[in-house]
Structures are given as structure tokens and as C-alpha cells.
Design a protein. Structure first.
Length: 230
């Protein structure tokens, strides 16, 4: 007579142990190990929750040291900085080749991000009204350039003489124009100016009407500036 394997005759029960019973037995024998594993899991979950998600950044150019206005930038003056994309505005420079060899219109502090508006060039007109022009002017008194810095407002005044020791009344050619660049703060020859002689030069932002009056004004007499408030 054949018998079914795994059964005791007349009992009707399976003689093999069930998996839950095995696990309970293992847990009873390794209680300390189980507690240690649970603590490790809890610690791992806590660390994962407290660790901030990695922040996506982009590369921008920053000053590697304090740099004076008028300095011609070299790659040694620049350092790569990782910043969040939200801090990147229009005009920020990203590659050293975009700034190397160009001239600073204003001083930079170490770590300050570099934009095209800080370089002598078309970027100086960033934010000015449409139709504005950057006009270079040669002052009659070159030493006066030391008194003005980029960002200050000036009135540009023309004085002329007729050759008989008589002077016509001074004319204000432009009122309250901002200075964009000056040769008096370490200014050097720049690609944008296109001249090897910068002594006594300032560059101002002017409207189209002001630019028409300022163009060639130095041939009509002597130019001076007067500092004014905002």
C-alpha cells in the first residue's frame, strides 16, 4: 500500500516546518543581530532624509584677486566659479577667452562675478535707454580726470576763445551724463578705444541729441566737466 510522503498515517498533518516558524526561530536565536540591522536601517533613512539634494550649478568667471580699473585682464586674473543658474543674469561671462586681454572699466573685488558691463566695450551701455551712445571726450585739464570715477554724473562744458582775449559764455553740451570709463584710474590702451593715447579721456553715455553736440566738440574749444548729483 502506497503512502503519501510528508504525512504521518492517521494524523492528517504535514510533518515539515513552515517558513514562518523557521524565521521566528532564527529571530529568537539572533535577536541582537536583528536589532542592530534595524538600527542601521533607521540611521540610513535618517541620513538620506537630512542630506540635501545636489544643487545644479553652472560655471561663471570671477576675479581671482582684487583688480583695479583700467587693468588688462589675463587668464591668471580669472577663476571659475560654480553658481546656481538663478544667479546668472544676461551678460555674465563664462569662458576665460571672453575676457582675456580686455580692459576693466571699474575695479573688481576678489570673487566678484564678471559681466560685459564691467569691460571697456559695447557692454558699458547695458541698461541705458535705446539709442544711447558711448562718447569719448578729451578734457582740457588731464589731471582733473583723477576726480571722477565710472558711475558719477557730470555736466560737459565747452569754453571757447575768439583769439582776442575775449571768451564766449561757456556752453553746457550735456547735463547729468554718466561716466562709463576714465583714463585716470589705471586706464590703458584698450581695443574698444582704438587709440594709443588715452591721457585725459573719459567716456560718457549720451542720448542721440547729446552725442551730436559732443561729437567733435574738442575742436571748437576746451572741454571741462562738472560733477553733479543724481
Amino acid at each position: 500500500m502506497l503512502r503519501r510522503p510528508g504525512r504521518v498515517r492517521g494524523s492528517g498533518r504535514v510533518t515539515g516546518r513552515r517558513p514562518p516558524a523557521r524565521f521566528a526561530g532564527w529571530l529568537n536565536r539572533n535577536r541582537r543581530l536583528a536589532v542592530a540591522l534595524l538600527l542601521c536601517a533607521a540611521a540610513a533613512i535618517t541620513v538620506h532624509q537630512l542630506t540635501p539634494a545636489p544643487v545644479y550649478t553652472v560655471t561663471a568667471l570671477a576675479a581671482a584677486r582684487d583688480i583695479p580699473a583700467g587693468a588688462a585682464l589675463s587668464e591668471a586674473d580669472l577663476a571659475a566659479a560654480q553658481v546656481p543658474p538663478g544667479m546668472m543674469a544676461s551678460g555674465f561671462l563664462k569662458e576665460p577667452g571672453e575676457a582675456a586681454g580686455k580692459q576693466l572699466a571699474a575695479p573688481l573685488r576678489k570673487g566678484q562675478l564678471l559681466t560685459d558691463a564691467q569691460l571697456v566695450g559695447p557692454g558699458l551701455l547695458a541698461g541705458t535707454p535705446p539709442g544711447s551712445a558711448a562718447v569719448p571726450l578729451r578734457m582740457a585739464d588731464p589731471s582733473s580726470i583723477q576726480l571722477v570715477s565710472p558711475g558719477q554724473l557730470v555736466n560737459v562744458v565747452l569754453t571757447s576763445a575768439n583769439g582776442f582775449d575775449q571768451q564766449d559764455p561757456p556752453q553746457i553740451l550735456a547735463s547729468g551724463v554718466p561716466v562709463l570709463w576714465t583714463s585716470g584710474h589705471g586706464g590703458q590702451t584698450g581695443q574698444w578705444l582704438g587709440t594709443a593715447e588715452t591721457d585725459g579721456l573719459i567716456v560718457v553715455a549720451a542720448t542721440a541729441e547729446q552725442a551730436a553736440r559732443l561729437a567733435g566738440a574738442s575742436t571748437q574749444g576746451k572741454l571741462f566737466f562738472v560733477l553733479v548729483g543724481p
